[in-house]
Ligand binder design. Structure first.
Ligand code: S3P
Length: 430
């Protein structure tokens, strides 16, 4: 699919982003091993979430769609997952694969996890190395740390605190799930606090988790998880393209409803407020144990800032869009500690620089930093996109604020996280 995009004179409208991807995966997986039936409302219906649903069905879980975005999951109990009759295909979804490694670490038998070309080049040893140190038997078929992954189910037992080297909610959640299914006590310390959706859900499902900033401790897991009816808030990562579009377009006002603002995820709001962004936060409320609000974002004069490493895990999926906004800011923006961008659905460090440079941005990297000098304008271009959904959305927003016309080629992979992205885009730019 190809898109021709011309900058419009104004950008005005109301968007409701789809359900949060991280919470959708977890609501499905955790309820899959709970004790009864749960109803999930506002589930993200995208390719990544379909990968999780398909894997769970192969593991014997009954998941039925009741209506649009509403799903019923019948829990099979903490150790009730069946051996699948075929490989579990995680598609493009790193969260599916990494959380399944934890969830299935003690299954009775062998499971093989595969994924698409992008996923099969992403590091999985960052998860299973920790588990193997405490009794797991998990390996990479090609011995390169990437999928295909073979899990030989075995109980883990963990006495000592686990100190994570990387701030990653996927690693943390996999270890949590492995400890839960083996009923092994857990003490885990992160270098910087990562998103805490797993902890919030598990606490609501009856697990006694002591949380002290970067440290979590569970002395005793229950023998059952209580099924949890849950409403999923809108995804701040899907709201981010519209936040950036409104900030940098000269004549914009976009209302974005129902945005999850969990403090461990809402780093971009802090970044843009510090840059001088005009963002009003209204109707603060709590949905599904998560803070939610409606936003109104207006055209803004942004100033360059230095973004330190403590903020990165709270905005990791939005950093490419922050770099785009920084192209329109006065002076220089430095984003520190961006190594993790290299191991996402694509090498987002290289791709952010490539894409923004094609539009005329001044973006470079040096010593684990991304450096962006504000420019007076970006110019439309012709771009062949890769399969990374977030890079395609970045290119779409860059095109809609650039002078002249842009042609974007291969733009369909937005379906990984935001199937209606282009419909919402056209509703704003017409
Ligand atoms: C996610 C955590 C982040 C994020 C990813 C989703 C999650 O990855 O980039 O898109 O749902 O836990 P890391 O945990 O590897 O930083």
């Amino acid at each position: 699919m190809e898109k021709n995009i011309i900058r419009t004179n104004q950008l005005k409208g109301i968007i409701t982003p789809p359900g949060d991807k991280s919470i959708s995966h977890r609501a499905l997986m955790f309820n899959a091993i709970a004790d009864k039936k749960a109803r999930i409302t506002g589930l993200l219906e995208s390719d990544d979430i379909q990968s999780t649903i398909d894997c769970l069905k192969l593991l014997g879980v009954d998941i039925k769609q009741h209506a649009k975005g509403i799903y019923d999951v019948k829990g099979v109990g903490i150790n009730g997952l069946q051996l699948p009759s075929e490989n579990l295909n995680c598609g493009n979804s790193g969260t599916t694969m990494r959380l399944l490694i934890g969830l299935l670490s003690s299954i009775n038998g062998q499971v093989r996890l595969v994924g698409d070309q992008s996923l099969q080049s992403r590091p999985m040893d960052r998860v299973y190395d920790y588990l193997n140190q405490i009794g797991g038997k998990i390996s990479s078929e090609n011995k390169n740390g990437c999928a295909p992954i073979i899990i030989e189910g075995s109980k883990i037992k963990n006495n000592d605190p686990i100190k994570l080297k990387i701030a990653s909610a996927q690693i943390k959640s996999a270890i949590l799930l492995a400890s839960l299914t083996s009923r092994s006590r857990l003490e885990l310390i992160e270098p910087i606090k990562s998103r805490d959706h797993s902890e919030r859900l598990l606490i609501a499902m009856g697990v006694d988790i002591q949380v002290d900033d970067k440290k979590i401790k569970i002395e005793d897991f229950p023998s059952n998880l209580q099924s949890l009816d849950i409403e999923i808030p809108g995804d701040i990562s899907a709201a981010a393209p519209w936040i950036v579009a409104a900030l940098i377009h000269p004549n914009a006002e976009i209302q974005i409803n129902n945005v999850g603002l969990n403090a461990t995820r809402a780093g971009i709001i802090d970044i843009f407020l510090e840059m001088g962004g005009n963002i009003s936060i209204m109707n603060k409320r709590v949905i599904g144990n998560e803070e939610v609000a409606d936003l109104i974002v207006r055209s803004s004069e942004l100033n360059g800032v230095s973004i330190n490493k403590e903020l990165i895990p709270r905005a990791i999926d939005e950093i490419p869009l922050v770099a785009l906004a920084a192209c329109f800011a006065k002076n220089k923006t430095t984003i520190n500690d961006i190594d993790e961008l290299k191991v996402k659905e694509s090498n987002r460090l290289v791709n952010t620089i490539d894409i923004l440079s094609k539009f005329g941005g001044n973006v470079t990297s040096q010593n684990n930093k991304l450096i962006i000098h504000g420019v007076s304008k970006l110019n439309g271009c012709r771009l062949i996109c890769n399969i990374d959904h977030r890079m395609i959305m970045l290119a779409g927003i860059a095109a809609c604020v650039s002078e002249g016309e842009s042609t974007l080629i291969n733009v369909e992979s937005v379906g990984v996280s935001y199937p209606n992205f282009w419909d919402d885009f056209h509703s704003l730019v017409q």
